[in-house]
Each structure stands twice: as structure tokens, then as C-alpha cells.
Design a protein around this ligand. Structure first.
Ligand code: GLN
Length: 330
């Protein structure tokens, strides 16, 4: 009797919690097919080079904390990481200086305003700026370890490489395009300096920040970075420790409250997941202990978040019942 039963049972699929390979594959395929032809949104064009990126790039990748990789669509086209980089520079500053320093020297409360708001800095007189929007991110670049600009930049590039599990590179045309035109970010850095909340030369800190935003990534890189956060700071693909579990613990709440700028609340309401977007069209989200997911699609909505990436990730999260606030009563 027992033997007969065993014989008819299908081989057990690999699982993360209750997530089977088949469930994940089906969710990604459905999300991809549902949104691939959507024509909403517009590439960022305030950084001129971003307007030239192919708006049809669309890829989704999910990587589990046990290192299984699931891909759908275009996972090789590179886009600039833009604001998604803010997460990894923040994590490195947390790792170097601890959570109290990040709270005291930068601030962690959401501004609720646009990512490059000068009013947000002015209202708080430079206090309570957030590392996941431009003022706090430029402050984070100024705080990162390194005696000079080159050492700070190397530190930033290294942490991105470790999260991605491979050597990344800078998209120089995007860097040059933004560096020649970022008076607003320079104004933010100088205003912070005036409030004693800038910890390195403001022009150089803005330059490092601009370079970090121009790092090239594809959907798989972003998903690996997200999966490293989901896995307590150990990259589940390379198996190498990148940051401590405590650093991740202090990074994810800021992503949850400020990762999608002034639309962070709407995002969290719909997905329940800490996430980060960038104006290059990348978006990553973290399901702690389970998986990292990312999508790339350049056209953005009014808040500056990728339209398709938001929809695709939300669809997968709902399909996999991965919202951590969804609890089945005992
Ligand atoms: N480099 C961009 C800027 O500073 C990043 C903004 C973003 O992705 N939201 O404007």
C-alpha cells in the first residue's frame, strides 16, 4: 500500500517555504505576457542620455535565497542603476559606521517628497534627510570610507560588485550626460554643506554619487542584489558574505518607507515588500528570507518609477502570495 502510493507521487519540487519551481516559473511567465505590450509611461529625459535607451527592454528575474534563478524576457540589456544604487551605498555606510551614525548624520525618515526635492532639505534644515532620496544619498556618498575621492569611489564600486556577484562597469555616456547637467544635485549638496550635513567636498561627493548612479546593470544583476538582501547579506549565488544581517535589518525598513520616493506608501500597500526603484527603469524588491526579485523597463510614471516593473513585480508577489503581511490564521 505504502509502496504503491510512493510510486504514483510526483518527484518533490525544490521549494523555498512553499514556493515551487513551477509556481515561480508560471508567475514570471504570466507577469511577462500580461505586461509586455503595455505602452504606458515615458523614459526619463531630464538626464538626456536616458531618453535614448530602448523603451522596449523588459525582463524579470527572481532569485531565491537557496540560489535558484528564474528569468523571463530580456535579462541581458544593461540600464544605468540610478537610484537603486542608493541602497548599496547606504548598506556600506551602515556596515562601516553602524545604524546610530546613519540616523544621526543622515536621517532615516521618509521625506514624502520628490527624490530631488530641495524643499525637503530646507524644511528640515538638513536634518532627517533620507539615504534613499538624493540629499541623503549624496550625504551617504560623502560619508563612505576612503581618504579621497578615488578611494571612496572604489569602495562604492566594490560593494556594488559584491552584491551583484560580478564585476560591474560604469555607463560613461550616462555619467557624462548627468555630470554636465546636475546643478540641482550640486545645489542640494551645497545646501547640506551650509547646514553642516555634508561630510566631504560637496562637488566631489556629488560627482561620486553621479558615477554610482551610472553603474550598468541588467535585471539579473538587480535580482542578485535583491536576493543578497533577502538572504541576510550573503549573496546566494556566490555564497559570499557581503554585509551583516544587522546591516540588512536596518536597510530594509528604509526601502519599505522610501524606496519608491513619494509613491512608497502606494507600493508598500500593494506589495508589502521593501523595494527600490531608479529612473533608469530598474526596480528590485526583497521578500526577506525567501527571494529577491527585479524587473527592468525604462518607461516611468509621474513619480519616476518604472510602470511595467511595478506591475510585473506586484503581479508575481500576489501570485506567489509573498506579501509578508498576508498571514493565514492559526
Ligand atoms: N541620478 C539620478 C538623479 O540624481 C537618480 C535619480 C533616480 O533614480 N530617482 O537625479
Amino acid at each position: 500500500m505504502v509502496r504503491a502510493q510512493a510510486k504514483t507521487q510526483a518527484p518533490k519540487a525544490a521549494t523555498t517555504g512553499s514556493l515551487s519551481d513551477a509556481d515561480i516559473e508560471a508567475a514570471l511567465t504570466e507577469a511577462y505576457n500580461k505586461f509586455k505590450d503595455l505602452k504606458e509611461g515615458k523614459n526619463a529625459d531630464y538626464i538626456k542620455e536616458l531618453a535614448n535607451v530602448d523603451p522596449n527592454i523588459f525582463g524579470i528575474v527572481l532569485i531565491t535565497t537557496d540560489g535558484r534563478v528564474f528569468t523571463k524576457g530580456d535579462i541581458t540589456s544593461m540600464v544605468s542603476i540610478q537610484s537603486v544604487s542608493k541602497v548599496f551605498t547606504m548598506a556600506k555606510v551602515l556596515e562601516e559606521q553602524g545604524h546610530q551614525a546613519v540616523m544621526d548624520k543622515i536621517g532615516v525618515d521618509a521625506t514624502g517628497m520628490r527624490f530631488n526635492s530641495i524643499v525637503a532639505v530646507e524644511l528640515q534644515r538638513g536634518k532627517e534627510i533620507n539615504p534613499l532620496v538624493n540629499p541623503g544619498a549624496i550625504a551617504a556618498s560623502s560619508l563612505i570610507g576612503g581618504a579621497d575621492s578615488a578611494a571612496k569611489w572604489k569602495n562604492i564600486m566594490d560593494i556594488h560588485n559584491q552584491f551583484a556577484g560580478r564585476q560591474l562597469s560604469v555607463n560613461w555616456p550616462v555619467y557624462v550626460s548627468e555630470a554636465g547637467d546636475n546643478l540641482r544635485n550640486q545645489a542640494i549638496a551645497h545646501l547640506l554643506k551650509a547646514y553642516n550635513r555634508m561630510y566631504f567636498d560637496p562637488v566631489q561627493a556629488t560627482d561620486i554619487y553621479t558615477k554610482q548612479c551610472a553603474i550598468n546593470v541588467n535585471a539579473k544583476d538587480l535580482a542578485t542584489m535583491a536576493a543578497t538582501l533577502a538572504n541576510g547579506g550573503v549573496n546566494p549565488v556566490t555564497k559570499k558574505k557581503v554585509v551583516s544581517p544587522e546591516t540588512v535589518m536596518y536597510t530594509l525598513p528604509v526601502m519599505a518607507t522610501a524606496g519608491l520616493y513619494d509613491d512608497s506608501g502606494i507600493w508598500l500597500y500593494n506589495s508589502g515588500l521593501p523595494a527600490k526603484s531608479g529612473v533608469g527603469g530598474g526596480l528590485l524588491a526583497v521578500c526577506p528570507g525567501k527571494f529577491g526579485i527585479a524587473a527592468v523597463s525604462p518607461p516611468l510614471d509621474a513619480a519616476g518609477n518604472s510602470v511595467k516593473s511595478q506591475k510585473a513585480i506586484n503581479y508575481v508577489v500576489e501570485k506567489l502570495k509573498a506579501d509578508p503581511y498576508l498571514v493565514q490564521p492559526k
